[in-house]
Design a protein around this ligand. Structure first.
Ligand SMILES: C[S@@+](CC[C@H](N)C(=O)[O-])C[C@H]1O[C@@H](n2cnc3c(N)ncnc32)[C@H](O)[C@@H]1O
Length: 245
């Protein structure tokens, strides 16, 4: 049995907290970190085979953008029934993509190939895309880069294809915003993170993870041409939506 390495990266008090990076230290504890830091993460991953079965059409491509360890790519592969599909798992962090490559290469009963790419998602080509998943990745791009990326994704999609966009969100109403952040931190504390860890990680993510409101995400997708933008999952200040071409 493989023991999951515990995330204690922010456990010790530090004078100068460096900006958060997806380096080897983070990659080595990432499975534990994301489970205890993103409410509903496991549920979102568990739903993806259902979407994959429905939306992957014969000969189409599926993209896992900002794939980290490859959880999305593996979940898509488990659901795809259509023949001749291919999954591209893309991340620009070498420490992540190396681990993702090992996961993708492990024996699997599912036939769809997974190709791993160490690349910036702003620079890759999209073609015949039936499913494009950005599972907590868009939030790490500069805000100005989000619309051009989503537009290129839209252009590379087949009619009827879907984008799955999961994000940490913020709220215009200050009361809701503060309340949801507070509840989120209480949830993290209940998951074993100390107040020091929560506060130091928050500082490290400042200016690295820039959340937007659900309304902003929706408006941007609709302006590009996506239709039926519907949140299908929300827990505290985290949500996942689907949008169709
Ligand atoms: C929160 S993690 C995503 C989690 C992952 N999708 C999952 O479901 O387990 C964000 C990932 O996006 C990657 N990333 C951030 N900016 C990127 C970019 N411009 N191009 C490619 N990958 C990027 C990071 O290296 C990191 O692995």
């Amino acid at each position: 049995m493989k023991i999951r390495k515990k995330d204690n990266i922010f456990a010790r008090a530090t004078d100068r907290i460096a900006a958060f990076e997806f380096d080897d230290k983070v990659a080595s504890v990432f499975a534990d970190m994301i489970e205890r830091s993103v409410p509903g993460y496991a549920d979102i991953i568990r739903m993806l085979p259902v979407l994959a079965e429905r939306f992957a059409v014969a000969g189409s491509n599926c993209y896992d953008l900002g794939c980290s360890l490859g959880a999305v790519a593996l979940a898509l592969r488990a659901g795809i029934k259509a023949p001749g599909c291919r999954i591209y798992a893309v991340d620009n962090a070498p420490a992540m993509i190396a681990r993702c490559r090992d996961h993708a290469a492990a024996p699997s009963p599912f036939p769809t190939p997974i190709e791993t790419l160490c690349a910036d998602i702003r620079e890759i080509e999209f073609s015949r895309a039936a499913i494009v998943v950005l599972n907590f990745t868009l939030q790490f791009l500069p805000v100005a880069d989000r619309e051009p990326l989503l537009r290129r994704i839209y252009d590379g999609m087949v009619p009827g294809g879907i984008v799955v966009l999961s994000e940490k969100i913020t709220h215009d109403d200050p009361y809701s915003r503060d309340l949801l952040i507070d509840i989120y931190h209480a949830w993290k504390h209940a998951n074993g993170y100390s107040q020091l860890e929560i506060s130091q990680k928050r500082t490290a993510l400042e200016n690295v993870l820039r959340p937007e409101t659900l309304a902003v995400h929706r408006r941007r997708l609709e302006q590009i041409g996506f239709r039926h933008c519907e949140p299908w999952f929300q827990c505290f200040n985290f949500m996942s939506l689907t949008a169709c071409k």
